[in-house]
Design a binder for this molecule. Sequence first.
Ligand SMILES: Nc1nc2c(ncn2[C@@H]2O[C@H](COP(=O)(O)OP(=O)(O)O)[C@@H](O)[C@H]2O)c(=O)[nH]1
Ligand SMILES: [Mg+2]
Length: 465
Amino acid sequence: MFDRLAEGIGQALQRVRGQKDDTAREAFLAAVRDRLHEADTHPDVVRDLVERLTARLSRSDTESSLSPSERFLKGLREEVLHILGERPEPLRLRSNGPSSILVVGLQGTGKTTSVGKLARLLRDEGKQVLLVPLDVKRPAAIEQLGVLGRDLGVEVWPTPAGGKPVKIAREAAKEADRRRFDVILYDTAGRLAIDRELMDEIRELRDSLRPQEVLYVLDAMAGQTAVQTAERFSEAVRPTGILLTKVDADPRGGAVLSVRARTGIPVKFMGTGEKLAALEPFDPDRITGRLLDLGDITGLAEKFDKAIDQDEAGKLTERFMSGKFNLDDFARQLEMMGNLGSLEGVLGMLPGGKGLLKQAQDLGGAEREMKRTLAILRSMTPLERRNPKLMGQRSRQVRVARGSGSTPADVSKVLKRYDTMQKMMKQLKRFPVQALQGLLGGKGGGGFGGFGGPGGGLPPGLGRR
Ligand SMILES: Nc1nc2c(ncn2[C@@H]2O[C@H](COP(=O)(O)OP(=O)(O)O)[C@@H](O)[C@H]2O)c(=O)[nH]1
Ligand SMILES: [Mg+2]
């Protein structure tokens, strides 16, 4: 996501390093302008941003503690944050009685998928959700939502094909009220292009349902064109929020950068993939960081929180510290690391991580290694995992190798790694600080779990609490 813009800005900063202040500033501003255009940002947005940035950087600097490139980047960061809207804008839901969210947009932009994603998010917040398909002309669309609802365990209104959307929506709303649902998500029909009939239908629904939110779904892949469509849509139906989809498929970031500034409507969510989990609340601060590759530490921390069962991580740490860490615990630790997703994904969220990714040749290798280790551990019997000494027997090693599709040498490598960890536990008791440095430094095979790379160096429980 956004790689190209971030890379471009990074290169621009490197080029101005060491130049005289004025020359450097001009060169930086020109580079920013070019990169923003390349990102397919709306020309007016580029112009405004560059003007504001020029004014900001020309002011005799009050922050002489910063180096010029730090000052440039800080200025750019603040201006980008300004056009993205500074603060996250959460959904406005009623505190009691069902809230209605009308989801609108052109066909194929990801409306139905996004309705599913929102349902999942709200369900996970403990809300009772009702899905209402209103794309009555296409039975397949009704069925698509039905499938999503079944997968999510969320109720779907039995919309008859060919009914009248407003009538169906009102019936559903009445029932949701009676049964005390928290949120009703209406998935409306789309068109290939904006037309009168579609706008009329949406306006009619809006006026009849008086929804708390009219979420406009917009496909980021269309870049500037997306922004133009959004401008027309926003004049016609005044959405209360934008849900930007397929951001994963737009490495440029132009739509993300322009849409808020051009429509005045806050972006509330971002779709980042086809899976139902791929939805993020839009947080301008984090997006700015990612656009400029300042890393996404908050995102990473959240990912950790979701992937790692903190109770379990705490228990593992305790066992580790008390020297009771067996092969079972080892396996559980690897499983948790596996939950984080690919090392590449995690690294990509760290500051400068994109650059690192390019240098790191062997991330795939580290990941395969992790998987193989886990396969080997899983091929052992519970007894063996709890009593690692048993695994000293050659016959057991051969059996486990066969069971996990690896070689006895691989098995013995895993056991060696475990031995190293055992030694570290002992060190940890005697020289806690040095041992911890060893663990986190991850010198080659020295890291916890011995995978060297990022993630591999993280002992359980050292994620966020
Ligand atoms: N890569 C990517 N694909 C998406 C995203 N959201 C939706 N899609 C895909 O876009 C296509 C159209 O989605 P759909 O929800 O049926 O669009 P609708 O016609 O607006 O209801 C499907 O293939 C989805 O999987 C997203 O955030 N990222
Ligand atoms: Mg649809």
